[in-house]
Design a protein around this ligand. Structure first.
Ligand SMILES: Nc1ncnc2c1ncn2[C@@H]1O[C@H](COP(=O)(O)OP(=O)(O)OP(=O)(O)O)[C@@H](O)[C@H]1O
Ligand SMILES: [Mg+2]
Length: 294
């Protein structure tokens, strides 16, 4: 065989291998939610995303808080377009992807995105097709949701590969988190629920509260929730929010930043087969389940 032919064959084998790899690969989609609002979901999403990106994982945030989307503000940037522009203004995925610190990319939900849940099949297919290439370019997609146990939040939880429930140690937050877990029974695979305790004053006390919460949830609801860790109430978080900068970059030495790094490690450690990526449904699976209930 001539050298030129051999080189051509080799190129074709490599390209086949790459295709096989790409076809197997899917993004890991994780919805961040809470029962009660204002517990720190957006702060945790944004800072965790930056931490994951700094660990080398291509990370995208989907801002699904349709009422008060503010991921872009917390990233210290502004978004020009939103998810809705994919359809209404015929934008491409590249047009609506914003870029934040550490290369974290984000998609703003936009106030009209709730309409997505009522679109016809052709429109939905068009959105899903436009978004599908994210599976090739994103390792992890974090979905930040709005507050409350609404049907749309439950749908986001159902659609994603995993869920992170954010809770503060106050009774109201714990009661609402319990109600959220209860509302998800039968709809969500139990193995995919994680929990993060935020705005904790005393770690030991928080651990006791968390243990009691996890035991109650397991005993009365039969659901096992995996603990990823705690984040202290930290004034550096408040200062960073005022500056519209992520605390993990503005105050990398603060307690909350250190704890976010521990949470990122726990999350990455929960699935050792991550790099193979076969076990994830990816953005296509996520959107199919979210938008079409498929
Ligand atoms: N660990 C923390 N230490 C101190 N303050 C915090 C901490 N986490 C969050 N906060 C403060 O709590 C407020 C709400 O945070 P954030 O916007 O992240 O909550 P949220 O759950 O996304 O709210 P919403 O339900 O409205 O979307 C912010 O002003 C933030 O500064
Ligand atoms: Mg929020």
């Amino acid at each position: 065989m001539a050298i030129g032919d051999q080189a051509e064959r080799l190129r074709s084998i490599i390209s086949d291998l790459r295709l096989q790899h790409d076809e197997q690969f899917n993004s890991r989609t994780i919805t961040i939610t809470s029962g009660k609002g204002g517990v720190g979901k957006t702060n945790i999403t944004v800072n965790l995303a930056i931490c994951l990106a700094m660990r080398g994982f291509r990370t995208v945030i989907l801002d699904a808080d349709f009422g008060l989307s503010n991921v872009d503000v917390m990233l210290g940037t502004v978004s020009r377009y939103s998810f809705v522009d994919l359809l209404k203004n015929d934008k491409r995925l590249e047009d609506i992807l914003g870029i934040g610190p550490a290369g974290v990319r984000f998609i703003s939900g936009g106030s009209g995105a709730i309409e997505l849940l009522n679109m016809d099949k052709r429109q939905l297919d068009s959105i899903i097709d436009k978004m599908a290439s994210l599976d090739k370019t994103a390792d992890i997609i974090l979905v930040d949701t709005g507050a409350g146990i609404t049907p749309s939040v439950t749908r986001f939880m159902q659609a994603s590969d995993e869920v992170i429930l954010v809770v503060t140690p106050e009774p109201a937050s714990l009661t609402d988190a319990y109600a959220l877990v209860k509302s998800s029974i039968g709809l969500i695979e139990q193995s995919k629920m994680h929990i993060v305790f935020n705005r904790v004053a005393d770690i030991r006390e928080a651990k006791d509260t968390e243990d009691r919460f996890l035991t109650t949830v397991e005993r009365f609801l039969g659901v096992r929730v995996n603990s990823l860790g705690c984040v202290n109430h930290d004034n550096a978080v408040l200062k960073a929010v005022k500056k519209q900068q992520p605390f993990i970059l503005e105050y990398p030495q603060c307690k909350a930043a250190e704890q976010i790094r521990t949470i990122a490690d726990a999350l990455l450690g929960t699935n050792k087969t991550y790099s193979i990526g076969r076990s994830y449904n990816g953005i296509r699976g996520f959107l199919n389940r979210l938008l079409k209930g498929a």
